[in-house]
Design a protein around this ligand. Sequence first.
Ligand code: AHR
Length: 659
Amino acid sequence: MIKPIITSLAGLVFFAGVRAQQSAPLVVSADDIVAEIQPTMYGIFFEDINFAADGGLYAELVKNRSFEFTFPLMGWSQPNSDRHSLNENSGFASVLRSNREHNPHFCRVEVKNDKGYSLINEGFRGMGIKEGETYNLSLMAAKHEGNISRVHFRFVDESGKVLGETSIQPGDGEWKKYKTAIIPTGTAAKAQLKITFEGKGTIDLDMISVFPEETWKNRPNGLRKDLVQLLYDMDPGFLRFPGGCIVEGRTLNERYQWKKTVGPIEDREGMVNRWNMEFEHRLTPDYYQSFGLGFFEYFQLAEDLGAEPLPILSCGIACQFNTGELAPMDELDPYIQDALDLIEFANGPVNSSWGKIRKDMGHPEPFNMKYIGVGNEQWGPEYIKRYKVFEKAIKEKYPDMIIVSGSGPFPDGEYFEYGMKELKKLNAEIIDEHYYRSPEWFRENADRYDSYDRNGPKIFAGEYAAQSVAIASPENRNNWECALSEAAFITGLERNAEVVHLTSYAPLMAHKDGWQWTPDLIWFDNLGSYGTPNYYVQKLFSRNKGTHVVPVRLNGKAITGQGELYATASLDKNTNEIIVKIVNTSGKEKQEKITFRGVSRLADTAKITVLQTGDLAAENSLDHPVSISPKEKSVKAKKDRLDVALQPYSVNVIRVKKR
Ligand code: AHR
């Protein structure tokens, strides 16, 4: 059945007819518990795409701080250095290689005269700096020849105006770490860091880093506070990391290897980001992974958010949209060992090899990891073969670990059917399904899980988002039609909480000047951020999930689009409330009666939170971040009944206490 968002007159007449037949009440059977809603029902999918980590959540302002990019001076410029002219040259920087095992490159600056040589870092499409806040600067330096007596660091804006400065006095000889700070005298979204030198001579520089002092929980090497706050406000049940296709890599060599992302940050071996060249229409050659945000920080973030950590690991298959490179079956051991060692890193005692590394990083207590994902978006027999080996090895050592497997990139078709069939045969515990589909698909599939086997594997709706144009089209918008359609679909996820245990929108974040994939849940620039309408849908459902599903029916049937309404209901046993979520995808206001069976009397008033706009094309933006955001009102209850007016194109969450 097609569930249109009506725009034509014919449609209005047709649906007016349907409306007339709908004088029947919506009936909530409050004493008829269908299923428990898992605390993990609504969670977060994090992937370093769209500058989500470096340039986004990870608060470092300096791009290519350790000179390890393929073009080692990418992100750096030397405006008045002319290497071709010996006489005019004020100085120059070269990138050299040391004998360090990881991140071996460093920058050698030779200052030749007093003609104003400078080395400038452009940040991630600029650096966001705020007047009066403290920015901690650190670097490694070693002075060799000459008399460079001072190194100056200045924030400059796009016109070159200085917005704050500091300096260090480099000592002679060996590498030493220097720390100082800049307090900007102005605010700028696209500042740069300009380094100048007093005196002439040669100096080596490495790990040039600038962080706002104010990060989430004020941690050094920390995360952007505004972005974590948006995540925290969602009250997520889990945090899946680090992706996404980034787990798999374009080749096996480029897969995500968590062991390279823990320990001292200067020893974490950076790597290109696979999203840099994925889309011709959004080339981002300067996209790398510093791994400053690594697995320890992901676990810590999950803990801060009160969310279950859900890491996904490579299963020995590179991204099948790229090379699909396979690790031969007899060479899978290192991949499996990575999984086993990760469990030890997260949960092992402090005297175990990996538990000790966690302790040394400042977290002796285990992270209590319960889930592990094997492969991201793999498909076909090669995946099933590898999954079996992983499953055996993990369960042998950690029988309680819950394994998440994948059904591939599509929600239907040959690959999907094959994966589901095989994984069911293997009694897979949780299967990850992905759907990037049109808004209409989301409205049409609100009943997708009604027919899923209650005794089969549980479902992780691990990546989904309505695409207003086409999958990953650069024209896709985070508009209200998409968000409303997702809300309609989510009623079906929650109604089927017996089967669906985890859900997450994807991708999570995008830098407005550095993205590759749209739509995304949260957008930001170097100074600010906002939640899309889709974000508010996620937040509303997550914060109002309740503890147990109860039926809400119209004419005895689940509400999956009749009269363009979608609904689900739950109890919150902690607060003794009944929660009814109704999505009205029609362009007309609907007067609905809701009767509550199994309740002798409702509290006098119910609270209704409404997310609504009459404009399906409407969006939020950095300038208007909360145009579409929830508004609260109350409605009087009549013993066991509520009469509600559902605005056109609205998501409504009704909470009422049982007396
Ligand atoms: O969310 C963006 C990408 O979509 C993910 O990396 C991948 O798993 C899916 O194809």
